[in-house]
Design a protein around this ligand. Structure first.
Ligand code: AMP
Ligand code: MG
Length: 345
């Protein structure tokens, strides 16, 4: 799964982290460590404060690099690649990959299949996996859609069984889920202040070292800088947007990478981006994709039924919907004061 360097700016935190791993200490400043690197097809940066932060970030980096090795759809050595290119119907995966698949299946069920880890054959038909984009014929989609069905994935311990032709893709959840694992590891190492950004999936521990909230900037789908700033502590912020990866087809229409598993077509329901704010980064990532597929009305009912996360929805006609609990923690940028804002409660 290719992501351009544009995704670096997807959701940025307003905090300058240096490149490479280093620990800074002087008499007045707290201990701080930074690391930035490229993995999981994206730019990753992490900053942590406190004793042991240097070593803890090294371990977090190793965890992320290991996840990439297991989950890549393009690396012939990865577990997912080997599963997708299997000769038999079943294959064994590691504990970590089995846990991610189990999580994905739960989220697929909870979202009534709006998220489906078996989406890969349809993504390939659109060329999103090779960057040789094309509009697939309806016949081709009709032939592939029966393979996009998470109910047909069987997971027994570490044994994964798939129907012939089925292929998995964790692109919708891997960064948020792995970011959460890295965050959990930092917490276990005693880190009480940190911010991680995996290609725009931002996860935070506590607030800044001075106790104030982290300030996370949301990218505007319409250019003109940032849409606004979220002030958060101990939360993850994940955005899915149709502007992240798309191509213009031979028919002149724009086709993006978030696919409705029911139709095989890019979800088209008036949304341009969905930002989820939640305690768990894996859930935030899964829901950002799933609620984008659902569209604004279903996303609202889904939120009303659960209320264990918050969201910011942006529509093509420049409306912004924000759930009430997060309203006071979001500040729109000057450039977007004319947006119509509706608070959902
Ligand atoms: P995200 O940026 O988190 O919304 O994830 C988008 C990526 O998830 C796409 O590039 C695909 O790899 C994959 N994907 C697209 N549509 C779906 C879907 N309905 N369910 C699961 N994965 C999807
Ligand atoms: Mg996602």
């Amino acid at each position: 799964m290719y992501r351009s360097l544009m995704s670096i700016c997807l959701t940025a935190f307003l905090f300058l982290a240096g490149c490479g791993l280093d620990t800074v200490r002087n008499d007045s400043a707290p201990i701080r460590a930074d690391v930035s690197f490229f993995a999981m097809d994206t730019y990753i940066s992490m900053t942590a404060y406190g004793k042991g932060s240097n070593q803890a970030l090294r371990e977090a980096q190793d965890l992320i690099v290991d996840a990439e090795r297991r989950l890549s759809v393009t690396d012939p050595q990865s577990e997912v690649y080997r599963l997708n290119h299997r000769s038999a119907s079943a294959g064994k995966v590691s504990d970590d990959t089995a846990a991610l698949l189990r999580f994905s299946l739960t989220m697929a069920k909870d979202t009534d299949g709006a998220l489906d880890p078996a989406i890969y054959p349809v993504l390939t038909a659109w060329g999103f996996t090779t960057d040789r984009h094309e509009i697939p014929s309806q016949d081709k989609l009709d032939a592939l859609l029966p393979l996009v069905d998470f109910h047909q994935i069987s997971l027994d311990g570490n044994q994964v069984t798939l129907k012939p032709g089925m292929e998995l893709d964790f692109g919708a959840v891997a960064k948020g889920y792995t970011g959460q694992e890295a965050t959990d590891l930092l917490r276990r190492r005693g880190i009480a202040s940190a911010i991680l950004s995996l290609g725009g999936n931002v996860e935070t521990i506590g607030g800044k070292s001075d106790g104030s909230p982290w300030r996370v900037a949301l990218q505007s789908p319409w250019g003109k800088g940032y849409l606004g700033i979220l002030s958060i502590k101990d939360l993850a912020v994940v955005t899915s947007g149709s502007y992240e990866r798309f191509f213009v087809g031979a028919d002149g229409n724009t086709y993006h990478h978030i696919i409705d598993p029911k139709t095989g077509y890019p979800a088209r329901n008036g949304l341009v981006s969905v930002t989820i704010i939640a305690r768990d980064g894996g859930i935030a990532d899964a829901l950002s994709t799933a609620l984008f597929v659902m569209g604004p009305e279903k996303a609202f009912s889904f939120w009303q039924a659960r209320r264990d996360f918050d969201m910011i929805l942006l529509t093509e006609n420049q409306e912004l919907f924000i759930t009430a609990p997060i309203r006071d923690r979001f500040q729109l940028d000057e450039a977007f004061q004319s947006l119509k804002v509706t608070v959902l409660s």
